[in-house]
Design a protein around this ligand. Structure first.
Ligand code: 6R9
Length: 689
């Protein structure tokens, strides 16, 4: 593993040029113990937040977690995790709980064997819960379906048989590009059942994004649909798959297509097969094999600080243990009586861990909704909660802020009395949104769990426990039992209460990523070299302890933006812009945005000869980014400038661009190679919006 002096420019903030993307930047500026100038107001506001809320007594009395578990887990972490692992069904018992001898490569539940799909489905049927509804599925146009655990068992067995017929076997990679329909869950579980790793690609991503992910994972089969419903419209999906497969540097043998919208599709006779033809005809039984605890379960691509997305690899035993455990204690799940709903898409890690693996491993009944929250109108979520008597609701701050904008009178018209626990994930939740959520959705009865974690951590790491922990609006509070995290300064030394720095995880955890698929060196460099001396995992987030030692997350300290809870790298958007013929150079920053957390602002220098015809060009560039990456990465604003501010070593000083994007006086510019460029930029912007 590389030493502390190895190049880590991709994640190590340059003290001068850092603090580009996060909401807070004490860590990034290296001023770990003092509030940074840029964000002093935000920090002061956060730390002046002293409201606390006790867990409701009725919930505390019957909670799945206890206050003692923190100490028990700290005293004997391996014993604690072994106990959590034993809540699963193992086909072959494990020996050592964790092998950390080859750090930073961990192996969990060493030598153990299990089948993840059997744990999520078959064992509930065998335990007599076959008639329990696993999925209350709600389609966007209003169609719906109830799938019991017995139904799910049959569907997964049939899909596993079909995939076998299409040539998939253990160790293969299968790309899944599907909307939020039951087949998405079935497809993931069928891969897991066969020991094949799935790579789910968000169906809102472009053909180009799908192509690069198919190539990187060397997927042999793609599972998709003819189309999907979005905001009341049926839109084609299959075309993007055809384009992606044609350009992919991977031998894709088969494309399995679910008929969802019934729209026209082009068909490749030798390659394409309909789901309803090959899956529905399969036998309803499938013999499941036991796979090693470290069998790859999935690859999920996430934005890094360099252009190429990172294929985060998760394996089986440890991942499932922590996904199931956290789902049980953080949401206080009672599988016999709760109706759980996580509003994420399965294209994101939250959908993997808290729609598919955690809830199903726990035998939960859950709602899965296909569409957007304002179709047919802005009350759709409250209608669904009322209809299915949802008791646990897990969503993202960006959506909560959208609901705030739409108005409290909309949820007020619905019976939300079934709710008992509310969750938040994806980005820091501002205290105003937290309070709005508590008052207008939770009706001041429901604890809010603000859950911090990442694609890389696989499962929740920092969160209150709803029956145990006091909560504060905007704080993720403390690491859950079994997890050890710290806030450290630039030198890796833990900071005290009231101080800020970098968030690190100082002990291995079961659902930790095992590597970056196909690029183990990047795994070591990105996460383990910043604090190599201490052996800490570097999460890339800034954080602060308040005077009670509660943790407040302050956003990214690297060049990753967080737009509506989705990670998008500045470099990725810059590369997309520069790939347009009119653009010579581009710099992208995330600027604070009331609605989406951060909005993407791009500064572009045009090539000689390119004409700045204002709005038309800007629109063209925005569409170009949407085509290259996906609509989610469309810059909110694009500013054409004559120069970009750079340091002597040629690094773009995004911090200064962020000042401009957020309409502030620009901060310290003394390390600029050419201090006059800021004037040039400001003058140039005079005519721009
Ligand atoms: C689960 C997920 C991870 C990044 C993470 C952080 C931000 C997520 C948060 C939060 C503050 C929370 N983040 N949850 N920040 N409070 N409760 O979102 O994974 O897409 O990989 O994003 O999201 O910055 O580093 P992922």
């Amino acid at each position: 593993m590389s030493g502390p002096s190895s190049p880590t420019a991709d994640v190590t903030p340059d003290p001068a040029a850092a603090a580009t993307a996060g909401a807070g930047s004490s860590a990034a500026t290296g001023e770990a113990s003092t509030a940074p100038t840029d964000d002093a107001n935000t920090l002061d506001n956060l730390l002046a937040e002293n409201r606390t809320f006790a867990p409701p007594e009725s919930l505390a009395a019957k909670a799945n977690a206890t206050a003692e578990s923190y100490q028990q887990a700290a005293d004997d972490p391996e014993g604690f995790w072994a106990e959590q692992a034993r809540a699963l069904s193992w086909g072959r018992d494990f020996g050592a709980v964790v092998d950390w001898s080859d750090r930073p490569h961990a192996r969990w539940f060493v030598g153990g064997g299990l089948n993840v799909a059997v744990n999520c489905v078959d064992r509930h049927v065998e335990a007599g819960h076959g008639d329990r509804v696993a999925i209350f599925w709600e389609g966007e146009p209003g169609d719906s379906e109830q799938i019991t655990y017995s139904d799910l068992r049959v569907r997964v067995a049939q899909a596993a048989n079909a995939l076998t017929e299409l040539g998939v076997s253990a160790g293969d990679r299968v790309a899944i590009y599907l909307p939020m329909i039951p087949q998405a869950v079935v497809a993931m579980l069928a891969c897991a059942r066969l020991g094949a790793a799935h790579s789910v690609v968000f169906a809102g991503f472009s053909a180009e994004a799908l192509r690069s992910r198919i190539s990187d994972a060397q997927a042999s089969v793609v599972i998709t649909a003819d189309g999907q419903y979005r905001r009341g419209q049926a839109v084609n999906l299959k075309d993007a798959v055809d384009e992606a497969v044609a350009g992919a540097d991977s031998p894709v043998q088969k494309v399995l297509v679910v008929r969802r919208t019934g729209g026209e599709v082009t068909w490749d006779e030798g390659r394409d097969v309909w789901w309803h033809e090959v899956v529905d005809a399969q036998p309803e039984q499938h013999e499941a094999q036991v796979f090693d605890s470290e069998q790859p379960l999935f690859i999920l691509y996430t934005s890094g600080t360099t252009g190429k997305p990172k294929g985060i690899l998760h394996t089986s035993g440890g991942y499932l243990t922590q996904a199931a455990y956290t789902h049980r204690v953080v949401f206080d799940l009672k599988p016999e009586s709760d109706v759980y709903w996580c509003t994420a898409d399965i294209g994101w890690v939250t959908g993997h861990s808290y729609i598919v693996y955690g809830p199903l491993a726990n035998g939960a009944s859950q709602v899965i909704y296909e569409g957007t929250p304002n179709t047919p109108d802005e009350s759709r979520h409250w209608q669904i909660i009322d209809k299915y008597k949802v008791s646990i609701y897990y969503t993202a701050p960006t959506l909560i802020r959208t609901f705030m904008k739409w108005g409290a009178d909309i949820p007020a018209r619905f019976d939300l009395s079934s709710l008992r626990v509310l969750g938040s994930v994806g980005e820091p939740i501002n205290p105003e949104a937290w309070m709005w959520y508590r008052v207008n959705i939770g009706r001041e009865r429901c604890p809010i769990v603000d859950t911090w974690w990442q694609t890389e951590t696989g499962a929740i790491m920092i969160s209150p426990l709803p029956g145990v922990t006091h909560t504060k609006p905007g704080s993720a509070m403390t690491p859950i039992p079994g997890i050890s995290a710290k806030i450290v300064n630039d030198e890796g030394v833990p900071v005290g209460h009231g101080q800020g720095g970098y968030l690190v995880i100082d002990k291995p955890w079961p659902s930790m990523l095992r590597t970056i698929y196909g690029d183990d060196q990047r795994f070591v460099d990105t996460y383990w070299s910043r604090f190599a001396d201490q052996g800490y995992y570097f999460a890339g987030d800034g954080a602060k302890y308040d005077d009670d030692g509660a943790i407040w997350l302050l956003g990214r300290v690297d060049d990753v933006m967080n737009v509506s809870g989705h990670r998008i790298s500045t470099t990725e958007v810059e590369s997309a812009l520069v790939s347009h013929e009119a653009v010579a150079e581009a710099a992208v920053v995330g600027a604070a945005d009331d609605m989406t957390g951060q909005g993407i602002v791009a500064f572009v220098i045009l090539r000689g000869g390119a004409v700045d015809d204002g709005d038309a060009l800007v629109q063209q560039l925005r569409n170009h980014v949407a085509k290259e990456i996906g609509p989610i990465a469309k810059p909110k604003r694009i500013l054409v400038v004559p120069e970009l501010p750079k340091t002597r070593s040629g690094k773009i000083m995004r911090r200064l661009l962020r000042d401009i994007a957020e309409n502030r006086a620009t901060g310290d510019a003394t390390t600029l190679q050419d201090p006059t460029v800021l004037n040039l930029i400001s003058q140039g912007l005079g005519g721009n919006k």
